[in-house]
Design a protein around this ligand. Structure first.
Ligand SMILES: [Zn+2]
Length: 101
């Protein structure tokens, strides 16, 4: 089963993007392990993944796509960003962990 593509609400930068809504697997993983935010050194990428709100700076979660208030969990070059599983790959990893005694 695949999730339909929807138009996401405007992010802090005011841009609207067409993204698939996070599945329960992404939300569950973020609830269990915390959001996967990352501040790349490349300014253009950092601008796309962050924003400024009245409450402070927000960073986009690489897993669920939600904007999270506060400092990013990691920072560095974009090619050093953590590999975050999403969608079917995340589901497969969770199911594999459940089968392992
Ligand atoms: Zn998240």
């Amino acid at each position: 089963m695949s999730s339909p593509s929807v138009t996401a609400p405007a992010g802090p930068s005011g841009q609207r993007t067409s993204v698939a809504p996070p599945s329960r697997w992404e939300l569950r993983a973020c609830g269990r392990h915390g959001h996967a935010t990352y501040a790349p050194h490349e300014e253009e990428l950092a601008a796309r993944l962050s924003g400024q709100t009245g409450a402070g700076q927000v960073w986009r979660c690489l897993r669920c796509g939600d904007f999270v208030l506060g400092e990013p969990a990691g920072t560095g070059p974009a090619d050093q960003a953590p590999l975050v599983l999403r969608g079917k790959a995340l589901r497969s990893a969770v199911m594999r962990q459940r089968r392992t005694p």
